[in-house]
Design a protein around this ligand. Structure first.
Ligand code: AMP
Ligand code: GLY
Length: 452
């Protein structure tokens, strides 16, 4: 099968590397792709959100399947457009992608079908939202834009002033455009977060190995929220008991709820979970593979990704063997200094080769450009330095050894990826660990890494 992958980040690089392992796969194409991907898949200049352009490209290349990875084209209906032209696809159709495209939709779905999540109210009027927040008078207050906002649409307001500002900026000033004309104000939940990606064809749901993202820009979970600065898999907080509970209370009910709504979900459904003292609750759904979760999940997959994509399309996922390798996988994201706000592009990256010059490491490209044989930084998140090993410490040591050999001006990365997971592995009761407290020792030894 010749396959076109739509997207151009580390996640797409990981998808392409896994597809390349399959005996079923012929030619691989990617649009827009990036410098690193171009070695494995021919890349094109069609934007990931350009539905007509992607359909035309798929026709020109006569591919057998198109896998759509990012949220925007899925929510815009790219899969519907491709299927209308007779292509096999991987990814949900528009009416199912709304599970990520609208927080109001996903919150109402969870309420209607009793799927555990934070309490919430919906507003499209700022005065009413402000009155509600003032009446609740509990902080942090969680304020979310209804629509897509590049992962930045959630504000945790620490006090009334911040909450009022967040509400005005979203509803009145349309900080995220139409995406924030309606907002969700929800209860603040506490507990460790777990990402569980799953394969589903609407009949069967197969959770992938769990993972832990590190969303804040700086060590010890300080700084701004980002798309994700690093990941580890599996997530040690996600025990077998919790997995069972999630399957019964969250995963199956969600798949069934989408079917009952006439919005069967086919593709990768991402469950962003929080393990609260009252049990696991859904923080968010994504209608796609996570980034950088995919970079640690797919290397652990013992199975044929092309076969899985085909089986989902043909609604026979139950027949496919899907296993997970022993051990751990870790990904440290190397970003442009200044990310997630402003940063400069175009610096030459030195010390970069495929495995970061460390045996067993692999460097996924997220935002690089290749010109005249040189790689330069070309995005906020630039590289995802990834390793597998039998132990978490072993994987982290290798990831960081490779990270230290790669450099460019203003490079920024977190130096504590996996530290919390290591603490959880050592603890007899990890759910009792508070992050700030158990990181104190780490901060004392290492200082807080604030290089930006
Ligand atoms: P989201 O984009 O919905 O994943 O939210 C981004 C981050 O905000 C999450 O990963 C959480 O760390 C945090 N967050 C979102 N909703 C809540 C909530 N109800 N309580 C506490 N933290 C939250
Ligand atoms: N890493 C979180 C996401 O992909 O949304």
């Amino acid at each position: 099968m010749d396959i076109l992958v739509v997207g151009g980040g580390g996640r797409e690089h990981a998808i392409i590397m896994k597809l390349a392992e399959s005996k079923k796969v012929g030619k691989l194409y990617c649009t827009p792709g990036n410098g690193g991907i171009s070695k494995y898949a021919e890349c094109f200049d069609v934007a990931a959100t350009d539905i007509e352009g992607v359909v035309a490209l798929a026709k020109k290349l006569k591919v057998d399947m198109v896998a759509v990875a990012p949220d925007d084209p899925l929510v815009l209906g790219m899969v519907d457009a491709l299927q209308a032209e007779g292509f096999k696809t991987f990814g949900p159709k528009k009416d199912a992608a709304i599970i990520e495209g609208s927080k109001v939709f996903s919150k109402e779905l969870m309420k209607k079908y009793n799927i555990p999540t934070a309490q919430y109210e919906v507003f499209d009027n700022s005065a009413e939202a402000i009155a509600y927040v003032k009446k609740q008078n509990t902080y942090p207050a969680v304020i979310k834009a209804d629509g897509l906002a590049l992962g930045k649409g959630v504000i945790l307001a620490q006090n009334e002033e911040e909450a009022v500002e967040a509400i005005h900026s979203m509803i009145d000033e349309l900080k995220f455009g139409k995406s924030s004309s309606t907002i969700v104000v929800e209860e603040f939940l506490t507990g460790p977060e777990v990402s569980v990606l799953s394969f589903t064809d609407g009949k069967t749901v197969v959770p992938m190995i769990s993972s832990m993202d590190h969303k804040r820009a700086l060590d010890c979970d300080l700084g701004l929220n980002t798309g994700g600065m690093g990941t580890v898999a599996p997530n040690p907080y996600y025990t077998e008991d919790i997995a069972k509970q999630c399957m019964e209370q969250i995963f199956l009910p969600t798949i069934n709820a989408m079917n009952a709504e006439g919005r069967t979900f086919e593709g990768c459904l991402y469950f962003g979970l929080m393990l609260t003292p009252k049990g696991p609750k859904v923080i968010e759904y994504n209608c796609r593979f996570g980034d950088p979760e995919t970079q640690v999940v797919l290397p652990m997959l013992d199975g044929d990704l092309c076969e899985i994509f085909e089986a989902i399309y043909e609604h026979r996922l139950a027949d496919v063997n899907i296993g997970w390798k022993e051990g751990y996988c870790t990904c440290v994201v190397m970003a442009s200094g200044g990310y997630p706000t402003s940063y400069k592009k175009g610096y030459e990256i030195t010390g970069l080769d495929e495995n970061g010059q460390v045996d067993g490491a692999f460097v996924y490209h997220a935002g690089t450009k290749l010109a005249d044989g040189k790689f330069t930084n070309n995005g906020g998140r630039v590289l995802g330095v990834t390793c597998t090993a039998l132990t978490l410490q072993g994987a982290l040591d290798k990831s960081y050894a490779a990270v230290k050999k790669i450099n460019w001006e203003d490079v920024h990365y977190r130096s504590d990826i996996g530290q919390r997971a290591l603490k959880a592995l050592e603890s007899t009761d990890p759910l009792e660990l508070g992050y700030k407290e158990d990181m104190e020792e780490y901060i004392e030894e290492n200082g807080v890494y604030l290089r930006q």
